[in-house]
Design a protein around this ligand. Structure first.
Ligand SMILES: Cc1cc2nc3c(=O)[nH]c(=O)nc-3n(C[C@H](O)[C@H](O)[C@H](O)COP(=O)(O)O)c2cc1C
Length: 389
């Protein structure tokens, strides 16, 4: 049999801490610690526990050249187990792991970014329950549980005297910035007009101009900057409450300012949306939720195995989010972004090719409710006048 190691693999000596009542009776604190090797391979969905022997042997196998292993080789049982786990690939292998490993080789991820992205995705996480369980739900609880925080502004050691800067007269742009407040209270009883919806999408995700180089290299000019001008982030929409638009899953085409329905089996109901946003009910009534879904392969096509390329894509999600916030604020709407999302749930619904594409954040926008039920950060009372709170 001819074998090679999967393309990317990070080996972690992981400590697991379990609570055992017997350990408490023996006079300890009840915690039992065990150490073991864990393989983090981004083409696999889960970490794989490894014996020390398998860990050492994997380190001797090339991920590029094929190694011949005789049928009666002493390593054969270990090889079979590693093949079944997807950490080894057979030359004639045709399973899911082999296919994903081959795909990964073609997408040019930086290995550390691939591992980080693959293993920081959530599935079935209830972020609200986790905040309650960790007693970090309110600001007071956070202070109580987490202790003294780093200061809100750093005190530079050895800094010279401070120079006061002029306060320049504000204009409409300052007013707009001041009214940008993350919205956690949407009004489910007031549909969003289609024209406002379209304007927000165009301003944030739409192409303003197209520039072609040669036969098939096309650059789109958008409102936001993008590393290499490649604009890898797609906007998938969960439309919930837009006048004249059937609720459901859509893809916004930034190149042509059009919507297309996503072919998906899923039912887009409240449970689906709550699962998207990690059970943060304060976002579930948004008129529109926007999944920021990079096609990593577009940026990585230029920046191959590049140490910065994943960061660049993540930063672009921030640019899109801020532009969406400002466009929404300008239109008299509220907007939000959340990173506490169940990416795998969204990937399944959108049927993303998770080696080449992914989900970085979920944004949303819509009319604000008249009453504040969930706290928003508006200390200056720009949005929430005392009567409404
Ligand atoms: C990347 C990112 C992720 C965020 N994730 C969440 C989130 O999971 N839940 C939430 O309620 N707010 C989330 N927020 C919003 C922040 O809580 C909010 O920006 C902050 O409290 C400051 O309030 P402001 O945006 O109104 O100024 C996120 C903001 C950013 C930039």
């Amino acid at each position: 049999m001819r074998l090679r190691r999967c393309a990317m693999l990070l080996l972690e000596p992981r400590e697991t801490v379990a609570f055992q009542f017997e350990a408490l009776l023996d006079g300890g604190d009840g915690r039992v610690r065990s150490l073991g090797w864990v393989a983090l391979a981004p083409h696999l969905e889960q970490p794989v526990a490894l014996s020390a022997q398998a860990q050492a042997w994997l380190g001797t196998l090339s991920p590029s050249a094929w190694t011949e292993l005789a049928a009666d080789a002493a390593e054969m049982p270990m090889a079979q187990a590693l093949l079944a786990a997807g950490l080894l690939i057979a030359e004639d292998g045709d399973g899911v792991a082999a296919a994903r490993d081959a795909r990964l080789r073609g997408v040019h991820w930086h290995p550390l970014a691939a591992v980080m992205h693959a293993f920081s995705r959530w599935d079935g996480v209830d972020a609200v329950y986790n905040m309650q369980a960790s007693e970090t739900e309110t600001a007071e609880q956070m202070r109580q549980t987490l202790g003294e925080p780093p200061r809100e502004a750093p005190q530079l050691a050895g800094a010279g005297p401070r120079l006061a800067l002029p306060d320049v007269d504000g204009n409409a742009f300052d007013q707009l910035l001041a009214r940008r407040v993350t919205c956690r209270n949407f009004d489910p009883d007031r549909p969003l007009p289609l024209a406002v919806f379209a304007q927000l999408l165009q301003r944030t995700f739409g192409s303003r101009c197209r520039f072609q180089v040669g036969q098939d290299l096309v650059f789109l000019k958008k409102s936001v900057p993008s590393g290499g001008g490649l604009h890898p982030i797609e906007a998938y929409l969960v439309v919930q409450n837009v006048a004249g638009l059937a609720p459901g899953l859509y893809h916004y085409r930034g190149d042509s300012h059009e919507l297309e329905r996503v072919a998906s089996e899923v039912t887009v109901d409240r449970a689906f949306v709550m699962e998207m946003v990690g059970q943060q009910h304060w976002f579930a009534d948004a008129h529109v939720l926007v999944v920021l879904a990079p096609r990593f392969e577009r940026t990585f096509w230029k920046y191959r195995q590049h140490a910065k390329s994943y960061r660049v894509v993540a930063m672009e999600a921030g640019h899109l989010s801020q532009t969406l916030y400002l466009a929404a604020t300008d239109a008299g709407l509220g907007a939000f972004i959340t990173g506490a999302i169940n990416e795998k749930h969204i990937e399944r619904a959108l049927q993303l090719d998770t080696i080449a594409e992914g989900v970085l954040a979920v944004c949303g926008f819509g009319w604000r409710a008249a009453q504040m039920t969930t706290t928003e950060l508006d200390p200056a009372g720009m949005i929430w006048h005392p009567a409404a709170v």
